[in-house]
Design a binder for this molecule. Sequence first.
Ligand code: ASP
Length: 342
Amino acid sequence: MRNQTNILLIYTGGTIGMVKDYDSGTLKPFNFKKLLKNIPELAQLDCSIESVSFKKPIDSSNMNPKYWVELATIIEKHYESYDGFVVLHGSDTMSYTASAMSFMLENLSKPVIFTGSQLPIGDLRTDAKENLITSIQIAALRENNKPVIQEVGLYFEYKLYRANRTTKINAEHFEAFASLNYPALAESGVHLKVNEAYLNRSKRTKKFCVHKKLDNNVAVLKIFPGLNKSLLSSILDTEGLKAVVLETYGAGNAPTDEWFLQALDRAIKNGLHIVNVTQCSGGGVSMGQYETSERLEKMQIINGKDITTEAAITKLMYLLGSGVSSKLLKTIFETSLRGEMS
Ligand code: ASP
């Protein structure tokens, strides 16, 4: 008989890990040792839970690639000893961290589930308990002695999503995340329903490997009516800049002004990688459909298809950090590596 499933809970910070000090009324990060005390329901779960915390838990607005490496290193260090990982993270930048993790952890064959909450765990109306308990249950799910989820997921308000497909869409509702271009991997109702057909399954023969080199010489540029020439050139001419995620309109459309197109063309010829992603929350880029994207296609702008901005920027950091050659970057970017694009 198999021993209990071992889950490692990794606390990075964020609202979820705070409890109200009823004397002072302030929110304080909770002590992990007291976790079971705060959520006695965890004892009912049929798995063993251990936890590790960032030395100094942070609000996720302070997240950066240095912390992503710290997180990936924790998972790497404990990869063999645990069956699944649950990462507690502030919701503000959770989609960025979770997308980054999906690229950094290659050939993952165990679940890494991100979750957080809109209200602290000690709050009367908290969403933290459900999010945490169900995330642990999902991370512990097994079938034929193998984990059901073998990828980086994000669980929030009754839905498990592929992490690199998510975006934070609401600062108020408990339903804070959406994955508009890919269906939920699992839904929690009376039963926990897993949508098997949408899961990523690792090829067992390939060895798990952690990529820790990330290059942050990247930028996101959201176009808007009235964007001026000097702003555009100051961004494109930024020293050391290697890649830009260009957020365009609708199906990947942009102004046809000569100065605009020539600035992009010149930057690409000078070696800058530009990825076309849409500003829309759902759908994707379809270059050449309109006259307003025809020239972009001709100048060899990278087609971001239906990737999110969060996944696009982290994929660039990962590819540039891995030393992918300039020649190959376009082809590799346009290939789905972790199910991040259709
Ligand atoms: N500001 C918090 C954070 O992202 C919000 C949250 O946890 O939901 O860390």
